[in-house]
Design a protein around this ligand. Structure first.
Ligand code: NAD
Length: 290
């Protein structure tokens, strides 16, 4: 091997010729531009983070497919997105806990958008409550709805992202995946799993052009959570207890709105975050600082 071969081997190893030097003279705000990108947001038919992510990504210029089991909610949210931002927003229906349905709806999204660059993996099903009182069905539903569904989404989108050699995936975790809360043993264990899944997928797929990141919200208020706090009943009491315990450690002294978390989602899928992989970022007002 000549000296030059050695130099070239080093250049290849360190990626000197693959540095994104085109960003140097751009504003950070310009790097957040997602025009031309195609994004899939799952669990986007509710009033929380899913719709906020679709709005934030569309606000940066992306076209979005908005998937939910609740088609009516997805339709209403999609109409608002396209009216507000002037981008394409396509509502689609699927039970994301069903393997075949997830793979089917990912293909529908791909065909309707003309590609998939970004997946935001957001939906959740959870039953809280004292662990010793849980039934098998409750535990199984929470594991399916808080961990397995996220795996299904990643699996289905990788078909397209690996083929094109590029893509960005954001898995929505929770600070609960790093902490403990009353009545949330199963959910928090699943969210630890989401953090681990994110790390491991990044390990396996970064070198193939796919950037996998996680975002961990703290307490994000939406109309149904507000109702649980202000009008608790026997079924929702444990959820209320968890929120009231958690708020004690939220150092900014208030809950958040989903848009504050969706800001981070938009950032991590953008070129401004080109060197971030495998981390799960807390957006939790100081509830977890690890
Ligand atoms: N709200 C919070 O305080 C909080 C805190 C930490 C983490 N999180 C996480 O943030 C994410 C969003 O939560 P959110 O509270 O903003 O709710 P959201 O409004 O984003 O609602 C979740 C959506 O998922 C959909 N969904 C549920 N099961 C489905 C299924 N089987 N198939 C298809 N769609 C399904 C629901 O219909 C709903 O529209 C979740 O992953 C949640 O665990 C929320």
């Amino acid at each position: 091997m000549t000296t030059n071969d050695n130099d070239q081997a080093l250049i290849d190893k360190l990626g000197f010729d693959r540095l994104p030097t085109d960003i140097i003279e751009k504003r950070v705000a310009d790097l957040l531009d997602l025009r031309g990108k195609k994004a899939v947001v799952t669990g986007a038919g509710g009033q929380g983070l899913g719709q906020a992510c679709a709005n934030r990504l569309a606000g940066c210029g992306a076209d979005v497919a908005m998937i939910d089991i609740n088609l009516e909610g997805a339709k209403q949210n999609a109409e608002l997105v396209s009216k507000r931002w002037g981008t394409k927003a396509i509502p689609l229906q699927a039970d994301l806990s069903d393997w075949d349905a997830v793979h089917r709806v990912m293909k529908e999204s791909h065909d309707a958008l003309g590609g998939i660059d970004i997946l935001i993996n957001n939906p959740v099903m959870v039953v809280g409550g004292a662990f010793e009182k849980h039934t098998k069905a409750e535990i199984d539903l929470t594991v399916l709805g808080s961990l397995t569904m996220v795996m299904y989404g990643c699996h289905a989108v990788l078909d397209y992202m690996l083929a094109q050699g590029s893509g960005r995936i954001v898995n929505i975790a929770s600070v609960g995946g790093r902490l403990a809360h009353p009545g949330l043993a199963v959910y928090n264990a699943c969210k630890s799993g989401v953090i681990g899944l994110t790390r491991n997928l990044a390990y396996e797929y970064s070198s193939r052009g796919i950037r996998v990141m996680g975002v961990a919200p703290g307490i994000m208020i939406n109309p149904s959570l507000k109702d649980i706090v202000l009008n608790p009943n026997e079924k929702t009491k444990s959820g209320r207890d968890s929120i009231l315990t958690a708020i004690e450690n939220v150092h900014v002294g208030r809950v958040s709105i989903p848009e504050e978390v969706a800001n981070m989602v938009a950032y991590v899928v953008s070129d401004a975050a080109s060197y971030m992989v495998g981390n799960t970022i807390n957006v939790a007002g100081g509830q977890a600082m690890i």
